[in-house]
Design a binder for this molecule. Structure first.
Ligand SMILES: [Zn+2]
Length: 67
């Protein structure tokens, strides 16, 4: 589910909501707002913790038979 974000002359634009923001802070706030999430069906990307990354690597190693 790709959302097109374009940097226009007037600032940061959310094509999905047809809104323009003058600064990136407001824009980022918007991308985390319930109305935007509802519209795009996209949840803000969660930063993976170090533990999660390690688990993932372990999992992939197992799947690939490297263990
Ligand atoms: Zn939006």
């Amino acid at each position: 589910m790709d959302v097109q974000f374009k940097l226009g002359r007037s600032g940061f634009r959310c094509e999905s909501c047809n809104l323009t923001f003058n600064d990136n802070i407001k824009y980022i706030d918007h991308t985390h707002s319930p109305s935007h999430v509802q519209k795009t069906g996209a949840l803000p990307v969660k930063k993976a913790s170090l533990e999660e990354v390690k688990e993932r690597i372990e999992y992939l190693a197992e799947v690939k038979g490297l263990k």
